[in-house]
Design a protein around this ligand. Structure first.
Ligand SMILES: Nc1ncnc2c1ncn2[C@@H]1O[C@H](COP(=O)(O)OP(=O)(O)OP(=O)(O)O)[C@@H](O)[C@H]1O
Length: 655
């Protein structure tokens, strides 16, 4: 393949030449933006063998054209799209893929690829405009674009995708009403298009949409391909006749083999020439019927397998011997009718031969395809913080839940242990109130925070695979945006409980208690992050979190005496944030207190120091307890971050 002449670089937006001058791709319509040759993909079977899922697939896509991958269920459409987008994991991949005529560089390829997943993974409570703007702010360079430029670009994309009228409507999701399915899909496309990609790939963009919305998505994809000179590739299950008419090229797959790749409008005629005249007014249904395996009986299966194999062989022969077999029309390969400067007499086999790469049967290497970050860390973190903060405030269930639970807990504890005084009974009540405070700073904090962090995982995966930001920016912004959300209602709870219960009226003790409270809240949040990063399933997380916390609670020093725990398990208290905060709370509150024991009392603590010693809670000073709790929190945040990096760094097969 010829080298790309940089002078051919085309600019997506007139007037933006300066900004796009560094675009590392050309959009010369005579040269394929992506070509692939002899792709073979094997997966492991349960019996330890291998199964070939894709067989010798070759093809190419040119700038400005819209190509559909079609085939029956299990034909290999998604696998091919994943391989071409550099998203396939596991198995063995052989062959060659070239981007712009050259071997792909994982980082720059990902930057120039817009991949729209089948599920529209966006934050439900952000509006359409906010969603696109966040994508633009994160994925466009600040040195090239001002914030105004980014807003202008988003407005332009909204207009092109016919989304301006719903720009202030939330995306919506399972539990909240938002834009329609078709609008959501178009918003997903917009999120990817803000970066000016060279290639747009869409996995089943019509799934779940009514026919009108599906047609609009395909029509807009075509319009975008033309206007922006994008090579657009989509998998599609059973498009309508109108949709088939919009595609420039079709890639027809059956059982992982290529049955046809060429102009969409010539496909019916091609099969007619092979002795299979169309039997269905919808060409897509005709192709699927022709390529499907009939499992009704052994005979039907053999007959259909034979038919498919003949089609595969015929297409291979067609490509190999282009001298004899020509396309029914002499138009260029794209068949798009747009101004493609391709020699009109050139036949398809020549075009395919022109794509022959110099390397073949190359086995894929495993790479971590992380595009390089676009902006400074601090800016990226700030954009993410702003978005997370907005998302959290709009999560009324979470905000109201945290406020309600802190107020209810405050009133409940406050009035159960109201005005403790210094009676003999007040010792038990004080102990109970302090332990309740510890429990309330752990369970009701860790569980909702873990749920919130885990529920954002799908969007994180999508954004990370597009290289929208650094993992550290995500982590820091997530932690920082959650802290005030939890701390504000819990501070109110602390103050309320302190004065209702009437702990020692002493400013020093009040603020030391507050410091202990902060340390346990930080540790609880860190614990929630560890669980959210450790597991993938919400169900498992909801079992693990309360179970682990309930186990740790046994070591907090209230239920079991810290000194008398079975030696083999005693070490657990040293990693138990509840133990340190409870110990610190008890020392802070009881030191300096005296109690009025009844005359006939036999087991009355006379001083607070006796209580601290009786519960074996004075081993570490208050300062040590706070420092250890903070160290535990830092350790857990570090562990959560390492887990995040490990989990969200999928190793893709890349050729
Ligand atoms: N990693 C894998 N392990 C095992 N089998 C796999 C793997 N990847 C793909 N396959 C198999 O390859 C075949 C093609 O799968 P693929 O998902 O690409 O089909 P598809 O044409 O997209 O189907 P559908 O339209 O139903 O989504 C299927 O039989 C699938 O089970």
């Amino acid at each position: 393949m010829s080298d790309i002449n940089s002078s051919n670089t085309s600019f997506a937006h007139p007037g933006d030449e300066e900004k796009f001058a560094e675009a590392p791709y050309t959009a010369d319509p005579r040269l394929p933006i992506l070509s692939w040759d002899n792709l073979n993909y094997d997966v492991k079977t349960k019996d330890g063998g291998t199964r070939r899922v894709l067989h010798d697939i070759s093809g190419a896509i040119y700038p400005g054209e819209l190509v559909a991958i079609m085939g029956a269920s299990g034909a290999g459409k998604t696998t091919l799209l994943n391989i071409l987008s550099g998203r396939v994991q596991g198995g063995r991949l052989y062959g060659d893929i070239k981007f712009n005529g050259n071997k792909r560089d994982a980082h720059s390829f990902k930057r120039l690829l817009a991949f729209v997943e089948q599920d529209d993974l966006m934050h439900a409570s952000l509006t359409v405009e906010e969603t696109l703007l966040a994508s633009a702010r994160l994925r466009l360079s600040d040195t090239k674009y001002t914030d105004e430029d980014k807003k202008t670009r988003v407005a332009e994309i909204l207009r092109q995708l016919r989304l301006t009228h719903v720009k202030d409507t939330p995306i919506g999701g399972h539990f909240e009403r938002g834009v329609s399915g078709g609008e959501r899909k178009r918003a997903s496309i917009g999120v990817e298009l803000v970066t000016d990609p060279a290639i747009l790939m869409l996995d089943e963009p019509s799934s779940g949409l009514d026919s009108t919305s599906a047609e609009m998505v395909v029509a807009l994809s075509k319009e975008m391909s033309r206007k922006r000179n994008l090579g657009t590739l989509m998998t599609i299950h059973q498009p309508s006749t109108e949709m088939v008419g919009m595609f420039d090229k079709l890639i027809l797959l059956s059982q992982g083999k290529l049955v046809y790749m060429g102009p969409a409008k010539d496909a019916v005629q091609y099969f007619t020439q092979l002795g299979h005249p169309s039997t269905n007014p919808n060409p897509a249904n005709f192709f699927i019927d022709l390529m499907s395996i009939d499992f009704a009986s052994d005979e039907a299966m053999q007959a259909s397998e034979l038919r498919v194999q003949k089609l595969v062989d015929a297409f291979a022969e067609f490509r190999a011997s282009g001298e004899k077999l020509h396309w029914p029309t002499n138009k260029n390969i794209t068949g798009s009718g747009h101004d493609t400067p391709v020699n009109g007499s050139q036949d398809i086999s020549e075009r395919f031969n022109a794509l022959k790469p110099d390397i073949s049967d190359e086995q894929a290497s495993l790479v971590v395809t992380e595009p390089l970050p676009m902006n400074r860390w601090i800016r990226e973190t700030w954009v993410l913080f702003e978005r997370d903060w907005k998302l959290q405030l709009r999560n009324s269930g979470l905000v109201n839940g945290l406020v309600a639970q802190s107020l209810i807990s405050m009133l409940f504890i406050g009035f159960v242990f109201f005005k403790l005084g210094n009676s003999e009974e007040s010792v038990q009540n004080r102990i109970g109130a302090l332990f309740a405070m510890v429990l309330l700073s752990v369970f009701p904090v860790a569980i909702p925070v873990m749920t919130m962090v885990l529920s954002g995982r799908a969007v994180l995966l999508r954004e990370r695979s597009g290289g929208a930001y650094r993992m550290s920016s995500y982590f820091v912004s997530r932690v920082l945006s959650i802290i005030p959300l939890v701390f504000v209602p819990y501070f109110i709870m602390y103050i309320g409980i302190y004065f209702l219960v009437k702990f020692q009226v002493d400013a020093g003790k009040f603020f030391i208690g507050l410091a202990i409270f902060v340390s346990i809240l930080l540790a609880s949040l860190a614990f929630a992050f560890v669980v959210a990063m450790l597991v993938n399933s919400m169900e498992v997380a909801h079992i693990i979190t309360p179970l682990t916390l309930a186990m740790l609670m046994l070591f907090a020093g209230n239920m079991a005496n810290a000194h008398s725990i079975t030696p083999v398990l005693r070490w657990i208290k040293y990693i138990c944030m509840m133990y340190y905060s409870y110990s610190a709370f008890v020392q802070n509150e009881f030191s300096g207190l005296t109690f009025n024991c009844k005359e006939d009392s036999v087991s009355c603590y006379r001083t607070g120091e006796e209580v601290i010693a009786g519960y074996s809670l004075g081993n570490e000073t208050i300062a040590e307890c706070i420092v250890i709790n903070l160290a535990l929190a830092v350790g857990m945040y570090a562990a959560a971050y390492m887990l995040l990096r490990w989990k969200i760094k999928p190793r893709y097969l890349f050729v």
